[in-house]
Design a protein around this ligand. Sequence first.
Ligand code: NDP
Length: 482
Amino acid sequence: MDPVLNYIDGAFMAAQSGETLNTVNPATGDVITTLPRSSSKDVETATTAALRASSKWAATSMVERIQWLHRLADALEEDHETIARLESMDTGKPISLARRVDASRSVANFRFFAEFGEQHEEPTFSDHGAVNHVHRSPIGCVGLITPWNLPLYLLTWKVAPALLMGNTIVAKPSELSPLTAHHLANVMQRIGLPKGVFNLVHGLGPEVGQAIVEHPQIRGISFTGGTSTGKIVAATAAPMFKKISLELGGKNATVVLDDAPLDEIMDDLVRASFTNSGQVCLCGSRVLVDSSIYEDFKGRFVKAVGKIVIGDPTEESTTMGTVISKDHQQKVESYIRLGVEEGGKVLIGGTSSEAPVDNVPSEGAFLRPTVLEGLSHTARTATEEIFGPVVTLHSFDNEDEAVAMANATEYGLAGSVWTNDTQRGHAFGQRLDTGIVWVNTWLNRDLRTPFGGVKQSGVGREGGAWSLNFFSELTNICVLQP
Ligand code: NDP
C-alpha cells in the first residue's frame, strides 16, 4: 500500500523531517504501510495554510457549506466498502462491524450535519424597544484530535460540524489507525474542497497532538481520547483560554433490574459489553444484576458470550476481531490477572495463553471475551477503564444499592438500564451520574442529542446544536428599533 502522507494546503506531503512510523495490521502483525512522524514544524505549516484559507471559507454561505457536506457524504458513500476494509485492516475489527458502524456512520455524520444545518436559524429576542440578534461566527482554525477505536467515525463527527460552521481544520488521527483519515484527505482533494480548509497531520500524540493544542492560533480543540491525555490537553489549553471539548474515557455500568426480560435482552447485553472487542467508550464493562436473578442471568450471559465468533477480521462470519495492538493486548491481560489477584473468578475467557484463539496468527492481538465475577465493585478491575473485552459481574439487593454501585467510579460517560418497566428505567436513569443513559437499548444514537460525559469522562457536549455551539462563537447584536 502507498505510504500515508500529511495533507496540507491541498497537497500530500511527507513530514519535513522525512521521518516515518509504521502502521500495523493487528490481526497479522504485518506492517501495512508507513505514515509521517510529523513535528511541530508540520503543524506550523498546516496551521498557516488553515489560517490563510480561513477568511474565504468563513465567507462562504451556510448553503454552500451544506452542499460541501453533502458532497463529502456522497463520496464516502461511494467508497463505503473501501473504507470498511481499510478500517478493519488498521484496527482488527470485523469487516461486518466496520461496514455497519464505521463506514456507515462516517457518511451519516456528514449527511446529518448537512441536513441539520438546513434547519439552522439564528435566534432573535425583542425587549425594551431593541432586537437582539444572536450571530454565530466561526472560531477560525480548529484542532481535531481523535483516537484509534472508531477512527473515521469520530473524525468525521468533528469535521462535519467544524466545516459547517465555517472553520478551517488541522486534524490529527491516532498514529495506530491513520488509513481512513488519509482516505478522507483523498476524498477532500477529489471533490475539490478549497485548499487549506482541511489539513491532516499524522504522527505521535505528544509531538503532533501537543503542538496542535499548544498552537496559539488554533483557537478551539475538540479532543476524543483517554482521560489522562485529556488532562494534558486541558492543562495546555487552559492558560490560552481556548475553547475545548473533551470526550474522554468511561467505565460504564449495565444495570439489569429484577424484572428485565432476560430472553429478549441477552444479545443486546453481549453487544453492549463486547462490540469492537469492548473498545467503544460506551461499552458497558460493569454488569450490575439484581441478586434475585443473578444466577439465572450469569448462566445465560456466559452462554451468549460463548457464541461470539472470534477470528480473522476479514471473514464475514467473524463477530470479534483483535484489540488494537499487541501492547494493548498486554495491558488488557494485565487487568485480567489483576482481577484474579483481587479475588475475581474467570467465568469465560482469560489471557491469550490461558484461553488461546484457534487458527489465528500468533502475532495477532487476539483476546477472548472475558467475564469475571466475585469482585468488589470498588476493585481496580471494576473501576478503572480497561478498554478491552473484559466485563465484571456484580450483584445488588435493591435499586439504591445499584445506583450507589453504578456511580462508584471516577467516570461518568454512559450507562444502560434493563427492565420490563420503562418508567422505572427512566426514573432509575435519572439517578446515574453520566452524560448518557439508555433504557432497554444501547448505542442507540439520535445525532441531534447531546453526547458527552461528566466527572472524568469529559467536559462539554457534542451532537446537534451542541456541536454547532462548540464550533462557533456567538455575538449578540442588540439593535435599538427606530
Ligand atoms: P489517547 O488519549 O491515547 O489518544 C487520543 C488521541 O490523542 C490520539 O490521537 C493521540 O495520539 C493523541 N494524543 C496523545 N498525547 C497527546 C498530547 N499530549 N496532546 C494532544 N494529543 C495527544 O486515547 P486512545 O487513542 O488510546 O483511545 C482510547 C481512549 O479514548 C479510551 O480512554 C476511550 O474511552 C476514549 N474514547 C472516548 C470517547 C468518547 O466519546 N468519550 C470515544 C472513543 C474513545 P497517539 O495515538 O499518537 O498517541
